[in-house]
Write a protein that binds this ligand. Structure first.
Ligand code: NAD
Ligand code: G6P
Ligand code: MN
Length: 442
């Protein structure tokens, strides 16, 4: 069987070691001859690079391994690029979250003003990586899950329409694992689902077993009572209280429209006031991630490097991340697997902007993806999506035209922001701290 060569862009990510473990666990499905890490921050990448080398050597010494900050070395002779860069790193995530909170507005990585600020930073970083890929390995596919995925996808649509880039998010996968558990399936692949929306902004409309029996009504009844928690769940079942609260909040979200099952990210759009009330404006999610997840992963990587062995490692396979192998094998072996991707609508949602980037099921094979048709969507969902997709487009307009007003309009239009006054204050603060990353807005 053919063996593939992979580059991980954003090699210094805290998720890199568990993605490598996941790749190594799936070599029977996706045989590899080379794994490379690429980052533009050598110091950060070095925190995981040695440990990754040891993990690979202990599993399969014949897999070539390279960690580099040189784009030519990184992108030459690769079949797949797994891209998860964070332009501005967690330091800027922290400011994306804290600045809106100063004005009583949701401060979140991808939703509301924080996501827009992150969008203006991310676009050039992702485009730069696409260009390296096309220059050095024109047949390579980029499986991109760099956030904010909706805005990044819109920029890809406009500026690199013919590039081999597929934008994807792990959130529906994570939620489907939970849904499968709630409904008593052994895993999410026992379900056939229908879903539509924007990234971090969509709904499940059908969940069938393999005999074709509809189970969504059981799920709706459960979520109206328990949200996405199991009946006997409490916070101790979760590694993280923040994700436990999110699972619980699904109960409130679905109450607004109990005909379909929402992505939990709607908590930031529909219940922003509750979220703000429960957020410490001086200690946000970025701080939690740095103090827990990042500390644990970098600490463990340092220990592995020191010992020269990963035999007793506490690092775990990123099970979520196996969707990346599903996607790569679909492209490599023409499996025609059905996957949720962020793609141009093009009529799939009949009564929605054909140019919008939507998250919908697609069939994936050797030549890329074919979106499935969704049909007409109801007024509430359509209204929410139209507002949000215009926000995302205005951010990309602001990037393209270096326009202060377009960015101000984007912030003003966001469901998370109460007025143009507050939008302007947030924008002016963002401009101050993003000088190094944003185009100069005029
Ligand atoms: P992280 O900060 O730990 O790592 C990101 C790395 O990207 C850093 O080492 C940074 O130096 C590097 N980087 C920044 N700009 C770059 C560039 N232009 N070229 C190469 N490398 C660059 O971040 P993280 O928490 O692991 O998240 C990584 C990304 O993945 C983020 O965008 C995050 O939002 C996203 N993410 C997406 C999903 C999804 O399903 N869509 C899931 C998890 C994380
Ligand atoms: C989910 C989303 C990602 C997001 C991540 C944040 O996986 O799909 O897009 O980046 O959550 O998780 P964190 O633990 O960093 O807050
Ligand atoms: Mn996501």
């Amino acid at each position: 069987m053919k063996k593939f060569s992979i580059v991980i862009a954003g090699g210094g990510s805290t998720y890199t070691p568990e993605i490598i473990l996941m790749l190594l666990d799936n070599l029977d499905r996706l045989p590899l001859r080379c794994i490379k890490l690429y980052d533009n921050d050598e110091e950060r990448q070095n925190k995981v690079a040695k440990a990754c080398e040891i993990l690979i050597k202990e599993k399969d010494p014949f897999i070539e391994y390279v960690a580099t900050t040189n784009p030519e070395i990184a992108y030459t002779d690769v079949d797949f690029c797994l891209a998860h860069i964070r332009v501005g790193k967690l330091e800027m995530r922290s400011l994306d979250e804290k600045i809106p909170l100063k004005y009583g507005v949701v401060g979140q990585e991808t939703c509301g003003p924080g996501g827009m600020a992150y969008g203006l930073r991310s676009i050039p970083g992702v485009l730069e990586n696409i260009d390296y890929m096309e220059k050095y390995s024109p047949n390579c596919w980029m499986l991109n899950y760099s956030n904010p995925a909706s805005i990044v996808a819109e920029a890809c649509r406009r500026y690199r329409p013919n590039s081999r880039v597929i934008n994807i998010c792990d959130m529906p996968i994570g939620m489907e694992n939970t849904i499968a558990r709630i409904l008593g399936f052994n895993n999410r692949k026992e379900m056939d689902i229908r879903y539509y929306g924007l990234n971090h902004f969509g709904w499940w409309t059908s969940i069938k077993d393999k005999e074709g029996n509809e189970r969504i009504h059981d799920l709706i009844a459960h979520q109206l009572q328990y949200g996405n928690c199991l009946k006997d769940d409490d916070a101790s079942h979760y590694t993280d209280s923040s994700w436990f609260n999110t699972a619980r909040k699904v109960k409130d979200i679905i109450s607004v429209d109990p005909t379909m099952c929402p992505n939990s990210y709607f908590q930031y759009y529909l219940f922003g006031d509750d979220i703000v009330a429960h957020t410490n404006p001086n200690y946000t999610r970025a701080d939690q991630v740095v103090d827990t997840h990042e500390k644990r992963v970098f600490g463990e990587c340092a220990r592995i490097a020191q010992n020269g062995s990963a035999k007793d490692t506490t690092l775990q396979i990123g099970i979520h991340a196996s969707f990346i192998v599903d996607l790569a094998t679909a492209l490599a072996f023409n499996t025609k697997e059905r996957m949720l991707l962020i793609v141009q609508n093009n009529g799939a949602i009949e009564n929605f902007d054909p140019e919008a980037m939507v998250e919908i099921p697609c069939i994936v094979g050797k030549d890329g993806y074919e979106p499935l048709s969704i049909g007409k969507i109801p007024t509430f969902q359509k209204g929410l999506m139209e507002q949000q997709v215009c926000v995302e487009k205005l951010v990309v307009d602001a990037y393209e035209q270096h326009s202060y007003n377009k960015m101000w309009q984007a912030l003003t239009l966001s469901k998370c922001v109460p007025s143009a006054n507050i939008a302007k204050k947030i924008l002016d603060d963002f401009i101050e701290v993003n000088k190094e990353y944003w185009p100069e807005l005029k």
